[in-house]
Structure formats: structure tokens, C-alpha cells
Design a protein around this ligand. Structure first.
Ligand code: CTP
Ligand code: MG
Length: 236
């Protein structure tokens, strides 16, 4: 039984990275897709979802592009100072929510600035599926390719069972208080983590995977942006 689609939720959008693998003249979230920046598309998708309370965008302290972002003037959009790693940037945004008095049980969705192709139906399904979940979870998709475990000599050690390995996307949806504890614990312990779910896993929680579209890609390398431009019908 699906809850109403207007489940209240908050968003955190880490956008303080430099985008080194894109090798562009600016951080990738400020590159253009169909006439708007990637970050503008990402924010527009989140702001269009019923139930959205506030979005906190983590920004590099010396970011000169943010004031030109269309949604910078939206009263539902707040900012927080980004940090050294993605997890630092996310934690800073969570601190902003706590400082504003948001309830520790509130649902927070963390979504990469560099994922502008989030389907509205996937966002709605994530919210509906996890509304009453004791832990939370994330959008994910089964791997398309055959997966190989590689050894130090660059040769195959083993072929992995593709059906049992899923790729983690964002949004990742957890309760504010627990996620904040998980991230600060992991950072204090110097643990390696590239997403929120792994911080929760460290504490013994088992996040739920909600299948989403595989075109919810994170723009990471130049060919990713070219792929999206083609998919969106941009002249190349
Ligand atoms: N991010 C962030 N703060 C950091 C590092 C990353 O807010 N210190 C954000 C990025 O802006 C991006 C998301 O986290 O929206 C995912 O990270 P990633 O794809 O690794 O982006 P970058 O770190 O910018 O890229 P790269 O690793 O190629 O330098
Ligand atoms: Mg990075």
C-alpha cells in the first residue's frame, strides 16, 4: 500500500567537488546541458516533487558560479559550506538542517549534483517504497555488464555473479539523526566511503535497494556528458 506521494522530505545536494575527471574549465555541475547547468537540472527535478521541504546545497567556499544558478533565489533552497570529501560536504548540509531545528527522524534524500537525469517516477517510487522503512535505502540498478574481479597484475581473478551485484545511485534516503551519526562516526574513524549507505552499513544497518532507471548516471567523465547531450537531443 503506497503512502500519499506528499511524504515530507528534505534534500541534501553535495555540489562542492571540483570534477577533476571531467577535465573541464569549471566544476562539472556548472557545465551546460540543454541550455541550463547540470546543477539547475538536478535542483529542478528535486524541487518539482511534492513533499519537498528544503534543499541544502553544499558549495565550495570560493564558488563564483552559484549566484547565477536560477534556484539560488528560491526560498526553499539553502546552502552550506562544502568540505574536503563528499562525506564532509554532506555532513555540513545535515548540520545546517539540525541547526534549523529539523526533526531528527525527518527523511533526508542525498542526491549528487552531477546526476541531472533522475526520473520523477524513480524519485516518487523511492519515497513511496521507503516511507515506513525502519532503515531507509537508495536507488540502485542491476549491473549491465559481466563483472570481473581484477588482480594486481591486471588479470582476471574471478567472474562475479552479475545478478548479485547492483550499482548504487542516488538519491539515498535516510533519517537525519541516524545518517548524521553514521557519517560523523565514519569520518572520525577514517573509513573509506563514497556513499551514505556504506556509512549506515558500518553501523550494522542494511539499506534497501529500490530499482531505478540505469540512465540516472553521474556525470563523471566527458563521455558521460556527451551521452546525456545525445539522449536529451542537444546539438553536439
Ligand atoms: N562533492 C562534494 N564535496 C566534495 C567532493 C564531491 O560536494 N569534497 C560532490 C560533487 O560535487 C558531486 C558529488 O559529490 O556532485 C559526487 O562526487 P564526484 O562525482 O566524485 O564529483 P567530483 O569530486 O567533483 O569529481 P572528481 O572526483 O572527478 O574530482
Ligand atoms: Mg570525487
Amino acid at each position: 500500500m503506497n503512502p500519499p506521494s506528499s511524504l515530507p522530505f528534505w534534500c541534501v545536494v553535495p555540489a562542492a567537488g571540483v570534477g577533476s575527471r571531467m577535465r573541464a574549465d569549471r566544476p562539472k555541475q556548472y557545465l551546460t546541458l540543454s541550455g541550463r547547468t547540470i546543477l539547475e537540472h538536478t535542483l529542478a527535478r528535486l524541487l518539482a516533487q511534492p513533499g519537498l521541504q528544503r534543499v541544502v546545497v553544499s558549495l565550495s567556499p570560493d564558488d563564483p558560479y552559484w549566484p547565477h544558478v536560477a534556484q539560488a533565489a528560491d526560498e526553499r533552497v539553502w546552502t552550506a559550506p562544502g568540505g574536503k570529501e563528499r562525506a564532509d560536504s554532506v555532513l555540513s548540509a545535515l548540520d545546517r538542517l539540525v541547526a534549523a531545528g529539523v526533526d531528527e527522524h525527518a527523511w533526508v534524500l542525498v542526491h549528487d549534483a552531477a546526476r541531472p537525469n533522475l526520473a520523477p517516477e524513480d524519485l516518487a517510487r523511492l519515497l513511496a517504497t521507503l516511507a515506513d522503512d525502519p532503515v531507509g535505502g537508495l536507488l540502485a540498478g542491476p549491473s549491465r555488464d559481466t563483472l570481473k574481479l581484477i588482480g594486481p597484475d591486471g588479470r582476471v581473478v574471478q567472474t562475479l555473479d552479475r545478478a548479485a551485484i547492483w550499482q548504487a545511485y542516488t538519491p539515498q534516503m535516510f533519517r537525519l539523526g541516524l545518517l548524521r551519526t553514521a557519517l560523523s562516526d565514519a569520518l572520525a574513524a577514517g573509513a573509506q566511503m563514497t556513499d551514505e549507505a556504506s556509512a549506515m552499513e558500518r553501523l550494522g544497518y542494511s539499506p534497501r535497494l529500490v530499482e531505478g532507471r540505469t540512465d540516472n548516471i553521474k556525470v563523471t567523465r566527458p563521455e558521460d556528458l556527451e551521452w546525456l547531450q545525445r539522449a536529451w537531443g542537444d546539438p553536439l
